[in-house]
Design a binder for this molecule. Sequence first.
Ligand code: HEC
Ligand code: HEC
Ligand code: HEC
Ligand code: HEC
Ligand code: HEC
Length: 481
Amino acid sequence: MLDFEKLRKSLRLVLFYGNNWTSLIGGAITSASAVVLVGFWVVSFFGRGGSSNPYLGILFDVFLPGLFIFGLVLIPIGIWLRRRQLKALGQIPSVYPQINLKDPVFRRGIEIVIVATFINFVIVGTASYRTVSYMDSANFCGQSCHVMAPQWAAYQVSPHSHVACVECHIGSGFSAAVQAKVNGTKQLVEVTLGNYPRPILAPLSVLRPARATCEACHSPTRFVGEKLLVETMFGDDEKNSITRTVLALHLGGVDSLSHLSGIHGHHLDDYEYVATDTTFQTIIAVSKHNADGSTTQYVSSDWKGPVTGVTRRMDCMDCHNQATHTFQTAEDAIDEVMVDGTPSASLPFVHKQGLQLIQAEYATQAEAAAKIASGLDDFYRTQYPAVWSGQRAQVDAAAKALVAIYRRNVFPEMKVTWGTYPNGMGHSAPGHNPSPGCFRCHDGNHTSKDGKTLTNDCSVCHNLLAVDEANPKQLADLGLQ
Ligand code: HEC
Ligand code: HEC
Ligand code: HEC
Ligand code: HEC
Ligand code: HEC
């Protein structure tokens, strides 16, 4: 049962002091935002609205609940201020104005206050739950903040476009959540003040180990065996001549007899390496733990000093660092869209011109879009007037495709351009991969004390079935051409 005598006393006090503008405005803000929020939830419950748009999401899942709480907080502040003011004026009454509990209107008032408080609790509870789950969605991470534009663009076309950012970037459990919110708040402050790093650095060292991320979905022991890779490239000549490279990659894994083989089969042991930079591109030594308990350390012969630096245990992400945020090289990007037919290889020199246009420096994506389109148009108008008038639609479509691959990979405002983020897959190859990748260790220069060198033999990793051939016989044999 309620202690009516006590309740009456405190209620009289609240009503007396609460009769001030600050508290009244607070009450109004709270009830108004509550009505809007409830309305929105009802609408999204019946399937319309929802917060798939990040800005709508910010409004309904972050801003309005904040406003609601702000209003609630104003009420006691107003009460406190009024009390202080009256005290200073010496106007505090010895007895607060009477409240007659027998008055049915007043009793109804009390009931309403109790019910309203209960509803407030429900609203705050639901709102905070929704705020947290909204902030965990890929929409929030990728789109609310323009700073994430490069990663968001790459994410949407990656095989992980349905894996939430938090699955890889934040663990489950309480401490992961707290750590993430602390980091997030720090980053929010940096973004607000504008002093965040550009480009945003690769946080391989702050990510949880692959065991807790990738391996939650992918089995490290899955056997793939040989993987056939076909690369199609277009030349810089007038005819944009096609060549193909075909390789059988010895991906391996753990086979049914538990034999370890190939690229995936190795590196599953506890390899530990030492790098001299925070993006792990310069690896001076790598140690392998052998079955007999001994350790073999391969040290780069380029390195003369003591072997110290950032130490890291090698896992999936050292090769698959761009598992989700895959930024292409300009050559790979243009070859890929030309394989799909636009830009059309029937446009003379389109590969060479297109490459030059997307590789030029622009201040913004908008400037790039304008200059790439006008640049290509100018080229055909002045150099190939017949093509310009006869294949106008193809020239326009080519420009559109070039702008699209530029927008997908280059973000001048974030200082992200071709090759900014290193790629651990494969190895430095002219025009393909600007980063050393496998050759960070397998450069033929990492040698152990007993004279063993980490392999640099092309055929240990792949068989090159055809290199830059116009019509590789192997593809015909496989029925792929
Ligand atoms: C499948 C796992 C995975 C998912 C899903 C994922 N990331 Fe990442 N992310 C990584 C890995 C691994 C790195 C480290 C890259 C490196 O060290 O080069 C990374 C790095 C980053 C970086 C640092 C810059 C860079 O490109 O290296 C940012 C920013 C980032 N992620 C944002 C996001 C956002 C935003 C989303 C969701 C839209 C997301 N990530 C989803 C695995 C993931
Ligand atoms: C929440 C589950 C999940 C997590 C975590 C996850 N992946 Fe994936 N991964 C997937 C799914 C689903 C696919 C898409 C499979 C498909 O489309 O065939 C995929 C695809 C891939 C592919 C492409 C396979 C192909 O055939 O092209 C690679 C490589 C990959 N993941 C590596 C990683 C790495 C490395 C990590 C850790 C940084 C990781 N994944 C984390 C679920 C996950
Ligand atoms: C030494 C480097 C390296 C390590 C370490 C590594 N991978 Fe890979 N992985 C590769 C390469 C190279 C490919 C083939 C790339 C391609 O298809 O272009 C590949 C392919 C894959 C694929 C696609 C397989 C398919 O059927 O096409 C998946 C999935 C994958 N890796 C997951 C993982 C996971 C999970 C781990 C950690 C347990 C891991 N990888 C560790 C180099 C590595
Ligand atoms: C951090 C250093 C490091 C990186 C990066 C690295 N590896 Fe290795 N790799 C090793 C070590 C150490 C061994 C084991 C050598 C031994 O058996 O003593 C090894 C072994 C191998 C083997 C087996 C060699 C043999 O003689 O049978 C293959 C194949 C291989 N790596 C492929 C790759 C590929 C492909 C990549 C890039 C996608 C890569 N590695 C990246 C350190 C590395
Ligand atoms: C340590 C393992 C390793 C060694 C050694 C190695 N490669 Fe590769 N190479 C790879 C991997 C992994 C890829 C596939 C990258 C991908 O998924 O696109 C590759 C891809 C290629 C490609 C295709 C173009 C590209 O970059 O995608 C060519 C060409 C190539 N290698 C040539 C060579 C030659 C020539 C040698 C010997 C001098 C060599 N490689 C040694 C691992 C290796």
